[in-house]
Design a protein around this ligand. Structure first.
Ligand code: GLN
Length: 425
Protein backbone atom coordinates (compact mmCIF):
# COMPACT_ATOMS: atom_id res chain seq x y z
CA UNK A 1 0.00 0.00 0.00
CA UNK A 2 1.36 3.40 -0.88
CA UNK A 3 2.07 5.94 1.80
CA UNK A 4 -0.50 8.48 0.70
CA UNK A 5 -3.18 5.85 0.22
CA UNK A 6 -2.90 4.42 3.65
CA UNK A 7 -5.97 5.53 5.60
CA UNK A 8 -4.15 5.80 8.88
CA UNK A 9 -1.22 7.52 7.33
CA UNK A 10 -3.38 10.05 5.56
CA UNK A 11 -4.46 11.25 8.93
CA UNK A 12 -0.97 11.58 10.20
CA UNK A 13 0.27 13.59 7.28
CA UNK A 14 -0.52 17.18 7.51
CA UNK A 15 2.04 19.18 5.59
CA UNK A 16 2.40 22.03 8.03
CA UNK A 17 2.67 19.74 11.00
CA UNK A 18 5.14 17.52 9.28
CA UNK A 19 7.54 20.21 8.32
CA UNK A 20 7.15 22.68 11.14
CA UNK A 21 6.56 20.72 14.29
CA UNK A 22 7.63 17.19 13.76
CA UNK A 23 10.44 16.83 11.27
CA UNK A 24 10.99 13.20 12.16
CA UNK A 25 7.41 12.23 11.41
CA UNK A 26 8.14 11.70 7.74
CA UNK A 27 10.59 9.03 8.69
CA UNK A 28 8.31 7.61 11.31
CA UNK A 29 5.61 7.24 8.72
CA UNK A 30 7.99 5.57 6.34
CA UNK A 31 9.05 3.17 9.03
CA UNK A 32 5.50 2.44 10.06
CA UNK A 33 4.57 1.86 6.47
CA UNK A 34 7.46 -0.48 5.90
CA UNK A 35 6.74 -2.43 9.06
CA UNK A 36 3.08 -2.62 8.17
CA UNK A 37 4.00 -4.05 4.80
CA UNK A 38 6.00 -6.67 6.60
CA UNK A 39 3.15 -7.48 8.97
CA UNK A 40 0.71 -7.33 6.07
CA UNK A 41 2.43 -10.31 4.59
CA UNK A 42 2.47 -12.06 7.93
CA UNK A 43 -1.12 -11.50 8.87
CA UNK A 44 -3.39 -9.57 6.59
CA UNK A 45 -6.47 -9.92 8.74
CA UNK A 46 -4.81 -8.54 11.79
CA UNK A 47 -3.66 -5.55 9.83
CA UNK A 48 -7.06 -5.02 8.27
CA UNK A 49 -8.64 -4.99 11.67
CA UNK A 50 -6.01 -2.84 13.17
CA UNK A 51 -5.71 -0.17 10.60
CA UNK A 52 -8.64 1.94 10.04
CA UNK A 53 -9.33 5.57 9.60
CA UNK A 54 -9.31 6.88 13.10
CA UNK A 55 -5.95 5.34 13.79
CA UNK A 56 -2.68 7.14 13.70
CA UNK A 57 0.54 5.98 15.23
CA UNK A 58 -0.24 6.77 18.82
CA UNK A 59 -3.86 5.82 18.93
CA UNK A 60 -3.05 2.56 17.27
CA UNK A 61 -0.79 1.89 20.17
CA UNK A 62 -3.64 2.72 22.51
CA UNK A 63 -5.62 0.19 20.51
CA UNK A 64 -3.28 -2.37 21.98
CA UNK A 65 -2.62 -4.45 18.93
CA UNK A 66 0.64 -6.27 18.71
CA UNK A 67 1.12 -4.95 15.24
CA UNK A 68 0.71 -1.38 16.34
CA UNK A 69 3.07 -1.84 19.17
CA UNK A 70 5.67 -3.38 16.92
CA UNK A 71 5.49 -0.62 14.37
CA UNK A 72 5.55 1.96 17.11
CA UNK A 73 8.66 0.45 18.64
CA UNK A 74 10.33 0.31 15.27
CA UNK A 75 9.46 3.93 14.94
CA UNK A 76 11.11 4.83 18.21
CA UNK A 77 14.16 2.82 17.27
CA UNK A 78 14.43 4.68 14.04
CA UNK A 79 13.97 7.96 15.84
CA UNK A 80 16.81 7.05 18.13
CA UNK A 81 18.99 6.27 15.17
CA UNK A 82 18.15 9.64 13.64
CA UNK A 83 19.19 11.44 16.76
CA UNK A 84 22.42 9.52 16.93
CA UNK A 85 23.21 10.78 13.46
CA UNK A 86 22.15 14.25 14.45
CA UNK A 87 24.40 14.34 17.51
CA UNK A 88 27.24 12.77 15.58
CA UNK A 89 27.06 15.67 13.13
CA UNK A 90 27.18 18.16 15.99
CA UNK A 91 30.20 16.34 17.33
CA UNK A 92 31.88 16.48 13.93
CA UNK A 93 31.33 20.19 13.50
CA UNK A 94 31.73 21.45 17.04
CA UNK A 95 33.82 18.79 18.66
CA UNK A 96 31.81 18.92 21.91
CA UNK A 97 31.47 16.25 24.55
CA UNK A 98 28.15 15.23 23.06
CA UNK A 99 29.49 11.93 21.95
CA UNK A 100 26.57 9.75 20.92
CA UNK A 101 27.13 6.12 21.65
CA UNK A 102 24.69 3.30 22.26
CA UNK A 103 23.32 3.15 25.78
CA UNK A 104 24.95 -0.10 26.78
CA UNK A 105 28.48 0.99 26.00
CA UNK A 106 30.72 1.16 29.02
CA UNK A 107 33.82 3.24 29.39
CA UNK A 108 36.85 1.41 27.96
CA UNK A 109 39.20 2.45 30.71
CA UNK A 110 37.44 1.35 33.92
CA UNK A 111 34.39 -0.68 32.80
CA UNK A 112 31.95 1.70 34.54
CA UNK A 113 29.04 3.44 32.90
CA UNK A 114 30.16 6.51 31.06
CA UNK A 115 27.94 9.19 32.50
CA UNK A 116 28.64 11.66 29.76
CA UNK A 117 27.35 9.17 27.24
CA UNK A 118 24.46 8.32 29.50
CA UNK A 119 23.53 11.99 29.66
CA UNK A 120 23.53 12.40 25.93
CA UNK A 121 21.42 9.24 25.62
CA UNK A 122 18.95 10.53 28.18
CA UNK A 123 18.76 13.72 26.20
CA UNK A 124 18.13 11.80 23.02
CA UNK A 125 15.28 9.83 24.58
CA UNK A 126 13.81 12.92 26.15
CA UNK A 127 13.78 14.57 22.77
CA UNK A 128 12.15 11.53 21.21
CA UNK A 129 9.37 11.52 23.76
CA UNK A 130 8.81 15.24 23.47
CA UNK A 131 8.73 14.81 19.74
CA UNK A 132 6.16 12.05 20.05
CA UNK A 133 4.13 14.01 22.53
CA UNK A 134 3.84 17.00 20.24
CA UNK A 135 3.30 14.79 17.24
CA UNK A 136 0.42 13.16 19.05
CA UNK A 137 -1.02 16.45 20.22
CA UNK A 138 -0.90 18.04 16.81
CA UNK A 139 -2.12 14.98 14.95
CA UNK A 140 -5.09 14.67 17.25
CA UNK A 141 -6.23 18.06 16.21
CA UNK A 142 -6.66 17.16 12.60
CA UNK A 143 -9.28 14.42 12.82
CA UNK A 144 -12.42 16.41 12.22
CA UNK A 145 -15.96 15.06 11.98
CA UNK A 146 -15.94 15.39 8.20
CA UNK A 147 -12.56 13.75 7.77
CA UNK A 148 -13.49 10.94 10.14
CA UNK A 149 -16.72 10.25 8.25
CA UNK A 150 -15.02 10.32 4.87
CA UNK A 151 -12.25 7.96 5.89
CA UNK A 152 -14.58 5.65 7.77
CA UNK A 153 -16.99 5.44 4.84
CA UNK A 154 -14.07 4.47 2.63
CA UNK A 155 -13.01 1.87 5.14
CA UNK A 156 -16.48 0.33 5.48
CA UNK A 157 -16.88 0.28 1.71
CA UNK A 158 -13.60 -1.55 1.39
CA UNK A 159 -14.92 -4.04 3.91
CA UNK A 160 -17.94 -4.68 1.69
CA UNK A 161 -20.53 -2.92 3.85
CA UNK A 162 -23.52 -1.60 1.89
CA UNK A 163 -24.43 2.02 2.39
CA UNK A 164 -21.01 2.66 3.88
CA UNK A 165 -21.38 6.42 4.20
CA UNK A 166 -24.74 6.43 6.05
CA UNK A 167 -23.35 3.73 8.30
CA UNK A 168 -20.23 5.76 9.07
CA UNK A 169 -22.36 8.84 9.72
CA UNK A 170 -24.88 7.08 11.95
CA UNK A 171 -22.14 5.46 14.02
CA UNK A 172 -20.47 8.81 14.60
CA UNK A 173 -23.74 10.64 15.25
CA UNK A 174 -24.51 8.06 17.92
CA UNK A 175 -21.18 8.67 19.64
CA UNK A 176 -21.54 12.45 19.43
CA UNK A 177 -25.13 12.15 20.62
CA UNK A 178 -26.63 14.04 17.73
CA UNK A 179 -28.77 13.43 14.66
CA UNK A 180 -27.06 12.26 11.51
CA UNK A 181 -27.67 15.52 9.67
CA UNK A 182 -26.36 17.55 12.60
CA UNK A 183 -22.93 16.15 11.87
CA UNK A 184 -22.71 18.60 9.02
CA UNK A 185 -23.32 21.54 11.32
CA UNK A 186 -20.10 20.65 13.10
CA UNK A 187 -18.09 19.11 10.31
CA UNK A 188 -14.84 20.80 11.32
CA UNK A 189 -15.13 19.85 15.00
CA UNK A 190 -12.16 17.72 16.04
CA UNK A 191 -12.88 14.39 17.72
CA UNK A 192 -11.32 13.88 21.10
CA UNK A 193 -9.31 10.83 22.05
CA UNK A 194 -12.21 9.06 23.77
CA UNK A 195 -14.59 9.64 20.85
CA UNK A 196 -12.01 8.36 18.41
CA UNK A 197 -11.43 5.26 20.46
CA UNK A 198 -15.14 4.42 20.63
CA UNK A 199 -15.61 5.20 16.95
CA UNK A 200 -12.71 2.92 16.11
CA UNK A 201 -14.25 0.05 18.09
CA UNK A 202 -17.68 0.58 16.56
CA UNK A 203 -16.28 0.74 13.04
CA UNK A 204 -14.48 -2.54 13.58
CA UNK A 205 -17.66 -4.21 14.77
CA UNK A 206 -19.63 -2.86 11.81
CA UNK A 207 -16.89 -3.95 9.41
CA UNK A 208 -17.21 -7.46 10.81
CA UNK A 209 -20.88 -7.50 9.89
CA UNK A 210 -22.53 -6.65 13.20
CA UNK A 211 -25.75 -4.73 12.49
CA UNK A 212 -25.53 -1.00 13.00
CA UNK A 213 -28.51 -0.99 15.39
CA UNK A 214 -26.90 -3.47 17.79
CA UNK A 215 -23.81 -1.27 17.91
CA UNK A 216 -25.68 1.97 18.52
CA UNK A 217 -28.19 0.07 20.68
CA UNK A 218 -31.20 1.85 19.27
CA UNK A 219 -33.55 2.09 16.35
CA UNK A 220 -36.23 4.47 15.10
CA UNK A 221 -39.58 2.79 14.68
CA UNK A 222 -42.76 4.60 13.73
CA UNK A 223 -41.39 7.85 15.14
CA UNK A 224 -40.32 6.25 18.42
CA UNK A 225 -36.84 5.52 19.67
CA UNK A 226 -36.42 1.95 20.88
CA UNK A 227 -33.54 0.11 22.48
CA UNK A 228 -32.37 -3.05 20.77
CA UNK A 229 -29.88 -5.74 21.66
CA UNK A 230 -28.97 -9.15 20.27
CA UNK A 231 -31.85 -10.80 22.11
CA UNK A 232 -34.45 -9.06 19.93
CA UNK A 233 -35.03 -8.77 16.22
CA UNK A 234 -34.22 -5.33 14.83
CA UNK A 235 -37.54 -3.71 13.88
CA UNK A 236 -37.82 -3.22 10.11
CA UNK A 237 -39.48 -0.44 8.10
CA UNK A 238 -41.88 -3.03 6.57
CA UNK A 239 -43.29 -3.63 10.03
CA UNK A 240 -44.18 0.06 10.22
CA UNK A 241 -46.64 -0.62 7.39
CA UNK A 242 -48.31 -3.28 9.51
CA UNK A 243 -48.64 -0.83 12.40
CA UNK A 244 -49.88 1.92 10.12
CA UNK A 245 -52.56 -0.33 8.63
CA UNK A 246 -53.89 -1.36 12.04
CA UNK A 247 -53.97 2.24 13.24
CA UNK A 248 -55.71 3.45 10.09
CA UNK A 249 -58.38 0.75 10.15
CA UNK A 250 -59.12 0.93 13.88
CA UNK A 251 -58.57 4.48 15.06
CA UNK A 252 -62.28 5.22 15.36
CA UNK A 253 -62.97 2.34 17.74
CA UNK A 254 -63.80 3.22 21.33
CA UNK A 255 -62.58 -0.03 22.80
CA UNK A 256 -60.05 -2.36 21.32
CA UNK A 257 -58.19 -5.32 22.73
CA UNK A 258 -55.04 -6.29 20.83
CA UNK A 259 -52.79 -9.33 21.20
CA UNK A 260 -49.23 -9.05 19.83
CA UNK A 261 -47.65 -12.49 19.37
CA UNK A 262 -43.83 -12.55 19.34
CA UNK A 263 -43.36 -8.98 20.49
CA UNK A 264 -39.54 -8.90 20.42
CA UNK A 265 -38.46 -5.35 21.22
CA UNK A 266 -42.13 -4.47 21.77
CA UNK A 267 -42.08 -2.26 18.70
CA UNK A 268 -45.53 -3.15 17.35
CA UNK A 269 -47.26 -3.04 20.72
CA UNK A 270 -45.66 0.24 21.80
CA UNK A 271 -46.25 1.99 18.46
CA UNK A 272 -49.88 0.84 18.50
CA UNK A 273 -50.46 2.06 22.03
CA UNK A 274 -48.80 5.39 21.29
CA UNK A 275 -51.27 5.93 18.46
CA UNK A 276 -54.37 4.13 19.70
CA UNK A 277 -54.67 5.39 23.27
CA UNK A 278 -57.98 3.56 23.77
CA UNK A 279 -56.51 0.18 22.96
CA UNK A 280 -55.72 -2.39 25.59
CA UNK A 281 -52.59 -4.20 24.49
CA UNK A 282 -51.25 -7.55 25.60
CA UNK A 283 -47.95 -8.85 24.23
CA UNK A 284 -46.25 -12.19 24.51
CA UNK A 285 -42.88 -13.58 23.52
CA UNK A 286 -41.21 -16.88 24.27
CA UNK A 287 -37.97 -15.11 25.12
CA UNK A 288 -37.62 -13.71 28.61
CA UNK A 289 -34.87 -11.37 27.52
CA UNK A 290 -37.05 -10.02 24.73
CA UNK A 291 -39.84 -9.31 27.22
CA UNK A 292 -37.34 -7.47 29.43
CA UNK A 293 -36.30 -5.35 26.47
CA UNK A 294 -39.91 -4.70 25.46
CA UNK A 295 -40.77 -3.56 28.99
CA UNK A 296 -37.75 -1.25 29.02
CA UNK A 297 -38.87 0.20 25.70
CA UNK A 298 -42.39 0.82 26.94
CA UNK A 299 -40.90 2.65 29.90
CA UNK A 300 -38.57 4.63 27.68
CA UNK A 301 -41.59 5.87 25.78
CA UNK A 302 -43.67 6.62 28.84
CA UNK A 303 -46.01 3.65 28.30
CA UNK A 304 -44.84 1.29 31.03
CA UNK A 305 -48.28 1.15 32.62
CA UNK A 306 -50.17 0.91 29.35
CA UNK A 307 -48.92 -2.26 27.67
CA UNK A 308 -48.76 -5.70 29.26
CA UNK A 309 -45.83 -7.94 28.38
CA UNK A 310 -45.54 -11.56 29.37
CA UNK A 311 -43.21 -14.44 28.62
CA UNK A 312 -45.34 -17.10 26.97
CA UNK A 313 -45.29 -19.64 24.16
CA UNK A 314 -48.16 -19.56 21.69
CA UNK A 315 -47.67 -23.30 21.12
CA UNK A 316 -48.48 -23.94 24.78
CA UNK A 317 -52.16 -24.97 25.15
CA UNK A 318 -52.42 -23.54 28.64
CA UNK A 319 -51.27 -20.15 27.33
CA UNK A 320 -53.91 -20.17 24.61
CA UNK A 321 -56.56 -21.14 27.12
CA UNK A 322 -55.85 -17.91 29.01
CA UNK A 323 -56.17 -15.69 25.96
CA UNK A 324 -59.67 -14.62 24.99
CA UNK A 325 -61.80 -11.59 24.20
CA UNK A 326 -59.39 -9.97 21.78
CA UNK A 327 -60.44 -7.87 18.78
CA UNK A 328 -57.15 -8.09 16.96
CA UNK A 329 -54.21 -10.46 16.79
CA UNK A 330 -51.07 -8.98 15.26
CA UNK A 331 -47.90 -10.89 14.60
CA UNK A 332 -44.64 -10.61 12.75
CA UNK A 333 -43.53 -14.15 13.57
CA UNK A 334 -40.30 -15.95 12.63
CA UNK A 335 -41.16 -16.69 9.02
CA UNK A 336 -37.87 -17.54 7.35
CA UNK A 337 -37.79 -21.23 6.50
CA UNK A 338 -34.95 -23.49 7.56
CA UNK A 339 -33.81 -23.71 3.95
CA UNK A 340 -33.85 -19.98 3.31
CA UNK A 341 -31.98 -19.38 6.53
CA UNK A 342 -28.81 -20.64 4.82
CA UNK A 343 -28.93 -17.74 2.37
CA UNK A 344 -29.83 -14.80 4.55
CA UNK A 345 -27.38 -11.94 5.00
CA UNK A 346 -24.49 -12.42 7.40
CA UNK A 347 -25.86 -9.55 9.54
CA UNK A 348 -29.04 -11.53 10.20
CA UNK A 349 -27.60 -15.02 10.32
CA UNK A 350 -24.74 -14.27 12.66
CA UNK A 351 -26.24 -11.59 14.86
CA UNK A 352 -30.03 -11.57 15.11
CA UNK A 353 -31.72 -14.09 17.42
CA UNK A 354 -32.30 -17.23 15.38
CA UNK A 355 -35.58 -18.06 17.09
CA UNK A 356 -36.94 -14.64 16.04
CA UNK A 357 -35.96 -15.09 12.41
CA UNK A 358 -36.72 -18.69 11.52
CA UNK A 359 -39.22 -21.31 12.61
CA UNK A 360 -36.62 -23.94 11.66
CA UNK A 361 -39.32 -25.54 9.50
CA UNK A 362 -41.16 -24.45 6.35
CA UNK A 363 -41.64 -20.81 7.40
CA UNK A 364 -45.39 -21.26 7.97
CA UNK A 365 -45.37 -22.90 11.39
CA UNK A 366 -46.45 -19.78 13.28
CA UNK A 367 -49.06 -18.74 10.71
CA UNK A 368 -50.62 -22.18 10.97
CA UNK A 369 -50.63 -22.18 14.74
CA UNK A 370 -51.86 -18.62 15.30
CA UNK A 371 -54.59 -18.97 12.66
CA UNK A 372 -55.82 -22.22 14.15
CA UNK A 373 -56.05 -20.93 17.74
CA UNK A 374 -57.36 -17.52 16.67
CA UNK A 375 -61.00 -18.62 16.92
CA UNK A 376 -60.54 -19.21 20.64
CA UNK A 377 -58.71 -15.95 21.18
CA UNK A 378 -60.70 -13.53 19.04
CA UNK A 379 -64.16 -12.02 19.50
CA UNK A 380 -66.73 -12.27 16.77
CA UNK A 381 -65.54 -10.32 13.70
CA UNK A 382 -62.10 -10.28 15.25
CA UNK A 383 -59.19 -9.56 12.91
CA UNK A 384 -55.77 -10.97 12.31
CA UNK A 385 -52.85 -9.00 10.86
CA UNK A 386 -49.70 -10.84 9.81
CA UNK A 387 -46.39 -9.71 8.39
CA UNK A 388 -45.26 -12.45 6.00
CA UNK A 389 -42.06 -13.39 4.18
CA UNK A 390 -41.36 -13.02 0.49
CA UNK A 391 -43.46 -15.51 -1.47
CA UNK A 392 -45.58 -16.49 1.54
CA UNK A 393 -48.63 -14.24 1.11
CA UNK A 394 -50.67 -16.70 -0.96
CA UNK A 395 -49.93 -19.61 1.35
CA UNK A 396 -50.82 -17.56 4.42
CA UNK A 397 -54.02 -16.34 2.75
CA UNK A 398 -54.91 -19.98 2.04
CA UNK A 399 -54.27 -20.90 5.69
CA UNK A 400 -56.57 -18.11 6.87
CA UNK A 401 -59.20 -19.15 4.36
CA UNK A 402 -59.10 -22.73 5.58
CA UNK A 403 -59.48 -21.56 9.17
CA UNK A 404 -62.69 -19.76 8.21
CA UNK A 405 -61.41 -16.17 7.89
CA UNK A 406 -63.06 -13.89 5.35
CA UNK A 407 -62.19 -10.53 3.73
CA UNK A 408 -58.62 -11.70 3.31
CA UNK A 409 -56.42 -8.94 1.89
CA UNK A 410 -52.75 -8.46 1.20
CA UNK A 411 -50.66 -5.30 1.03
CA UNK A 412 -47.32 -4.80 -0.66
CA UNK A 413 -44.26 -3.26 0.97
CA UNK A 414 -41.96 -0.53 -0.41
CA UNK A 415 -40.31 -2.99 -2.78
CA UNK A 416 -43.58 -4.37 -4.12
CA UNK A 417 -43.42 -7.61 -2.12
CA UNK A 418 -46.79 -8.70 -0.67
CA UNK A 419 -45.93 -8.21 3.01
CA UNK A 420 -49.12 -7.91 5.03
CA UNK A 421 -51.93 -10.41 5.12
CA UNK A 422 -55.14 -9.51 6.93
CA UNK A 423 -58.28 -11.55 7.61
CA UNK A 424 -61.53 -11.25 9.54
CA UNK A 425 -63.45 -13.93 11.41
N1 GLN B 1 -42.51 -7.98 16.80
C1 GLN B 1 -41.13 -7.77 16.54
C2 GLN B 1 -40.96 -7.11 15.19
O1 GLN B 1 -41.91 -7.03 14.47
C3 GLN B 1 -40.33 -9.05 16.67
C4 GLN B 1 -40.69 -10.05 15.65
C5 GLN B 1 -39.92 -11.32 15.81
O2 GLN B 1 -39.17 -11.50 16.75
N2 GLN B 1 -40.09 -12.22 14.86
O3 GLN B 1 -39.93 -6.67 14.83
Amino acid sequence: MHLSNHPSIQLSIHPTILSAANPATNFQILIIEESLKYFDKKNEDLIEDTIHPTCHNESRLVGGSRTCLASYLLCIAFNYFLFLVFFFLIFLFFGTNFKPVPILTRSCSNGKLNFKNLNSNVLIFLTIFINNFFGKYLMNEILTVLKAVELSAEYLKKKGIDEARPNAELLLANILNCKRLDLYLQFDRPLNEKEKQIYREHLSRRANGEPLQYITGEVEFYGLTLKVNPSVLIPRPETELLVEKIIKENKERETLKILDVGTGSGNIAIALKANLPNAEIFSIDISEKAIETAKANAELNGLAEDVTFETADIFDESVVAELHGFDIIVSNPPYVSKEEMEDVQKEIKDYEPREAVTDSANGLKFFNRISSVAKMILNENGKIYFEVGKGESEKVSAILNEEGFKNIETQKDFSGIPRIVEGEL
